[in-house]
Design a protein around this ligand. Structure first.
Ligand SMILES: [Zn+2]
Length: 427
């Protein structure tokens, strides 16, 4: 049986992955958990998400499906943040006998939920069409993610990474986290690039420890299950109550839709789109850097590197009108929030300079208005200035935001190692 759960947390506390970590231990009374639980991140532009727009799925081999359903429901009812207005839990159960007939529809629903804005009715209609057991609470919005997570569990085709999550003892929730920072920096030194987003060296920030009042102590992200486990062995911290390894679509770019024209770009979706820089990037109040991208058909879209992307903005500011680039990111309010960009072609930029003396090899000086140039030392004369191609101070290749500004779904450049163009990972 597959169990999908979503939206049990709130800004004030809880985390659906914590509920999952409890269930994979406690459900062993009724059977055996198959493989790793799944943590899926859904459309990052959704405004009513509580925090990371995440849902989970667990698969269990059991002879007592009714007991499992009863137990899971009781756990949701006791642990979910029901009092929070924005928390609208949902749970979906897919019996073994329903796998084959449901697989393709649930898989499609999963991809749709990562790319599009889904209505609660979409989820409810599919649940009733497939005859699944499900339960929604309050506005029942969690049914969307819960159903999507079951689709992720049924489909093993998608690119995946792993996260090792540790949780705090209940009496510590809401208090500041005690984690030895040096041991975290050391873990990054020892395991990067097989783990990533543990720390942000350039901005000197610990990334793997959240600030929110939820039960998570820290989470280590990486390429496989044993690497993320090993990377936590030397991390020193307050007592870890429990931990869990999740298979996840984090760091995969699953949210991005490849489009051939800017005309296809709409709000609330995420894209990979190529075009030409139409104006020199400028910086507005608040420190956000913006430029316009245009394509051959005359369509344009504003692209932004927001203030939290820090040093990434300096790279964006090096772009010039005419550069051919590919941008990756989510669109809201007709503006694409840049997660990374690839420079395909840099336009040559020329500067007029005084000529160099052929004898002394020194830059010549103006000899007066309309008088040409003259060498100060040997007095050699020259008629006209020269055009010199200036160094663009940036190369073609792929650039990304720093770890501290990375979206859960965004694929870090360390995962592009085998590409045939330059990559410039931010660390
Ligand atoms: Zn000279």
């Amino acid at each position: 049986m597959i169990i999908g759960i979503d939206d049990t947390d709130s800004r004030e506390g809880m985390c659906t992955t914590y509920l999952g970590a409890i269930l994979i231990e406690e459900l062993t009374v009724y059977g055996s958990i198959r493989g790793y639980p799944i943590l899926v991140r859904l459309n990052p532009t959704i405004p009513y998400k509580t925090r990371g727009n995440a849902a989970i799925a667990i698969q269990i081999d059991t002879k007592y499906p009714d007991k499992v359903i009863e137990y899971v429901i009781s756990k949701i009812e006791s642990l979910a943040e029901m009092q929070s207005e924005k928390t609208n839990p949902g749970v979906v159960f897919v019996h073994d006998r329903e796998y084959n007939k449901s697989k393709s529809a649930l898989k499609d629903f999963f991809y749709d939920t990562v790319h599009n804005v889904m209505a609660i009715e979409n989820a409810k209609n599919l649940i009733s069409k497939l005859g699944l057991i499900a339960k929604g609470y309050k506005k029942e919005r969690g049914l969307i993610g819960a159903l999507a997570a079951t689709g992720a569990m049924l489909d093993s085709e998608w690119d995946s990474t792993y996260e090792y999550l540790t949780y705090r003892k209940k009496e510590k929730w809401g208090l500041s986290r005690v984690v030895d920072e040096n041991s975290i920096y050391k873990s990054d030194l020892d395991f990067y690039p097989d783990t990533w987003d543990t720390v942000d060296w350039e901005n000197y920030v610990i990334v793997c420890v959240p600030k929110s009042p939820d039960p998570v102590l820290y989470g280590i992200r990486g390429k496989d299950d044993h690497t993320v486990k090993s990377a936590t062995e030397d991390i020193k911290s307050e007592t870890v109550e429990r931990s869990a390894v999740y298979k996840t679509n984090q760091g995969t770019d699953m949210h991005l839709i490849n489009v051939s024209s800017i005309k296809e770009v709409t709000d609330m979706q995420s894209y990979i789109v190529q075009g030409t820089v139409k104006n020199h990037p400028y910086t507005i109040e608040g420190g956000h850097t913006i430029f316009t991208l245009g394509d051959n058909s005359g369509n344009t879209i504003d692209c932004a590197a927001y203030e939290p992307t820090k040093n990434f903005r300096y790279l964006v500011r090096k772009l010039k009108t005419g550069d051919n680039i590919t941008v990756y990111g989510s669109v809201k309010n007709q503006t694409l929030n840049i997660e990374k960009f690839k420079i395909n072609r840099l336009v040559p930029i020329y500067e007029t300079r005084n000529p160099t003396c052929p004898i002394c090899n020194k830059r010549m000086k103006s000899a007066g208005k309309n008088q040409g140039f003259k060498c100060r030392k040997c007095k050699t004369k020259a008629g006209s200035s020269v055009l010199v191609e200036i160094d663009r101070e940036i190369e073609t290749g792929l650039y990304e935001v720093p770890p501290s500004a990375r979206r859960h779904l965004a694929k870090p450049l360390v995962r592009f190692m085998s590409s045939n163009y330059n990559i410039f990972p931010s660390r």
